[in-house]
Design a protein around this ligand. Sequence first.
Ligand code: 5BU
Length: 455
Amino acid sequence: MSERRDLMEQFFELGIVRFGDFRLKSGIRSPFYVDLRAIASRPDLLAALSRQLLARFPEKDFDLICGVPYAALPLATAMSLDSGVPLIMKRKETKAYGTKKLIEGIYHSGQSALVVEDVITSGKSLLETIPALKEEGLQVRDIAVVIDRQQGGRARLERAGYRVRALFTIRQLIDGLYEAGKLDAAMREKVLQFLEQHRQVDIAPAARPGERMPAHPVARRLVDIRREKQTHLICSADVTTAHELLALAAAVGPHIAALKVHADIIEDFSPALIKRLRALAQDHRFLLFEDRKLADIGHTAVIQLTKGVHHIADWADMVTVHVTAGEGSIVALKRAAPEIGIVPIVQMSTADTLTDAHYRQRAMEVVLRHTDAVVGVVAQDHPVPPHLLKFTPGVHLDVKGDKKGQRYHTPEKVFGEYGTDFIIVGRGIYRAADPAATAARYRERARQAATARRE
Ligand code: 5BU
């Protein structure tokens, strides 16, 4: 029996590939399930897998092998032992103490890494992992995968410029196991039908050049809205009564992707206001963004988010937070309100902001360890990796500042030079004689500036 065929049968015997009725993380029901974590219990199999995968990369033009926790780690280790190529590990979560490194091991900028993954479905986890490696100056071209579930991930990664080599496609496994008599015809048919129906697991709308591919569900909703409504505009509704807020939301609703509010400036804030705001948000398809700038210790930040008069966590899609209290506050917030999208403030718009380069660097390090909870960041020119959105306030078409520290730029500057995704505009819109028409004007300028950037 060939080593390949033997491996397939062993996968079946060990329960690495199972058939039945499984609910996947995405909620989809699948007639098969793949889980490679048991592999390290069979060193002989691990060694065979390592050999076979390395044989797919005869060029061996990488300086490092990078394992992604957890299932692929023993395999990456075996490949490193086998090939003599040093191993690095990309952490899932960074530890909150010690060196706080995202990548463990010795490496230097400019080296290239082969990324090892157990199973590829949508490609999402790899698309989230690789930017962290690139941020460290590592180059990634090659991806080694044991099983390709053939649900669009491989094609997506190849489109993004990676070279993906898989040991087995799920189709090959099915056929092999069927021929070996481990799988009956009915189940084989069921799996093939499933594969046919799920050829493409969508993780995000296909990004155009220069567009980001964010990972957080709230970010994806925002990107969907941007595409459908053709708007890169967030209106900052800094008015102080419920009546004004609702009137403004109704007027600008058709033109915006999100309405940013400061709930604590509304004199007659009430649950009824939130109900009507949510209805408007639904009718006009925009998100609610509370600019609370949570900045306290984790415990306090959590009760500020979830309690008090405003109960922000009950209605806001996104909330701004400062990172000054450190990583613990972000961790506490994401645990307390996992549904809400966190938007850390990395850089402020004011002329003499204290968010200098050193602070921004440190803040970004924290942010990058929590991309599971972060939609994007508020920033001006500070670079933001492609899996996070960039929100930029301090935009005005007619004036340069407000004599209270605010500094304004044009949409052309923030899209063209800062690479923003969404501009946040307050007084430029709500102080205008006709906020609806003015929002339309900002939206159009933003759209043109964003398009010009891509061309
Ligand atoms: P403006 O009226 O367009 O200046 O309002 C800008 C809004 O964005 C306002 O609600 C500020 O609180 C908010 N903002 C900002 O202007 N600059 C920042 O760096 C951050 C928030 Br963070």
